[in-house]
Design a protein around this ligand. Structure first.
Ligand SMILES: [Zn+2]
Length: 348
């Protein structure tokens, strides 16, 4: 029988040798817990590094499923995951358990909203941002200010990315830096600028390093600059943001946590660069996904996996049903048209 301690020493030998980690750091890593919001490009890459490093507990929260168009940059996923339209939280967890079965991992298929964020992030030591939009980051920021938790921000578009680590009342917060969401079209998104795979792994590696510092109890070593990196030109900027901390900031200054208090979730959301509308139903459907599959089978081409139901509505439109009252309508960016389709489908 393999002694657990021997196994751990072997597995992490080269990591323990790293001066910054050592045996004590490794032990602290094993006791640490982290939630990753979004298991797309950044989130899945950070998750892989934390699991390989031997973090104790990881919660992977994602609202989406794997598609072929993800694979050039989302390194945990395979063609089979795309073929089976596996939820990313599940596909990531399956892959990660094959990498390190000692790490406790919870997969959560959910869209993080003000109404569920408290429950979704309960009990974890810190949070890694693997999301792809401003709205969710304001919400994470409010939650972290309310709970005094540190979060590691990351964003990528095109060949460039940025990251910093926010600790409430020690650093500026996200809202000190970005008081209001940008106007639609004012900044590049993955929709307008695309994204190159290597910048994802570069920014994710910095986020993972920050997470390892946090997990091994070395908060004083955290990156407090806003780091901006372009993997093509190899330009690197480290912006000093300490002065950006604003006592009048509605969030960390006045503690007006407006994003957290917004209990009314958006019923429809257009997903960045996807020609996809996400729609949250006001009430749960009175049918299970299996029952829905049976009812739709006569009129539509229907596919099912253990978690989701996919229906070909027309040549252009595909609808995916999630177990948590959500639908994704693919093939349109027209909110009104998506609502019409959803209404038609749920009135069965
Ligand atoms: Zn602030």
């Amino acid at each position: 029988m393999v002694n657990k301690n021997d196994e751990r020493t072997n597995r992490y030998a080269k990591q323990i040798k790293v001066h910054a980690i050592g045996a004590q750091g490794q032990q602290q890593l094993a006791n640490a817990s982290c939630a990753i919001i979004g298991a797309g490009a950044l989130g899945s890459a950070v998750a892989e590094q934390l699991v390989r490093a031997g973090i104790g507990y990881l919660r992977i929260i994602d609202r989406d499923f794997v598609e072929l168009g993800n694979l050039h940059r989302q390194t945990l996923y395979t063609e089979q995951d795309a073929e089976q339209f596996m939820p990313k939280a599940i596909a990531a967890t399956n892959a990660l358990k094959r990498i390190n079965s000692n790490v406790a991992i919870d997969a959560v298929i959910a869209d993080v909203q003000a109404a569920n964020i408290e429950q979704l992030l309960d009990g974890v030591d810190f949070i890694v941002d693997g999301s792809d939009n401003f709205t969710i980051r304001y919400l994470i920021n409010d939650y972290c200010v309310a709970h005094g938790k540190t979060w590691v921000y990351g964003a990528v578009t095109g060949t460039s990315g940025s990251t910093t680590t926010f600790t409430p009342q020690q650093t500026p917060c996200f809202r000190c830096l970005f008081p209001e969401p940008p106007e639609l079209g004012a900044i590049d998104t993955c929709d307008t600028a695309g994204v190159l795979g290597p910048i994802v792994t570069m920014i994710a590696s910095i986020q993972a390093t920050e997470a390892i510092k946090l997990a091994s109890g070395q908060s004083e070593q955290l990156n407090r600059k806003l780091l901006q990196l372009d993997c093509w030109s190899l330009q690197l900027y480290k912006l000093d943001i300490a002065h950006a901390r604003n006592e009048q900031c509605p969030c960390c200054g006045k503690l007006e946590l407006t994003w957290l208090q917004q209990q009314e979730a958006a019923a429809t959301t257009s997903l960045c660069g996807r020609q996809t509308i996400q729609l949250t139903l006001a009430a749960p459907l009175p049918y299970s996904l299996d029952e829905l599959a049976e009812r739709y089978a006569a009129s539509y081409e229907v596919k099912r996996n253990r978690y989701l139901l996919k229906l070909k509505y027309s040549e252009q439109i595909t609808v995916v049903f999630f177990p948590d009252q959500r639908l994704m309508i693919q093939g349109t960016e027209d909110l009104h048209y998506a609502s019409i389709i959803a209404n038609k489908l749920v009135q069965i």
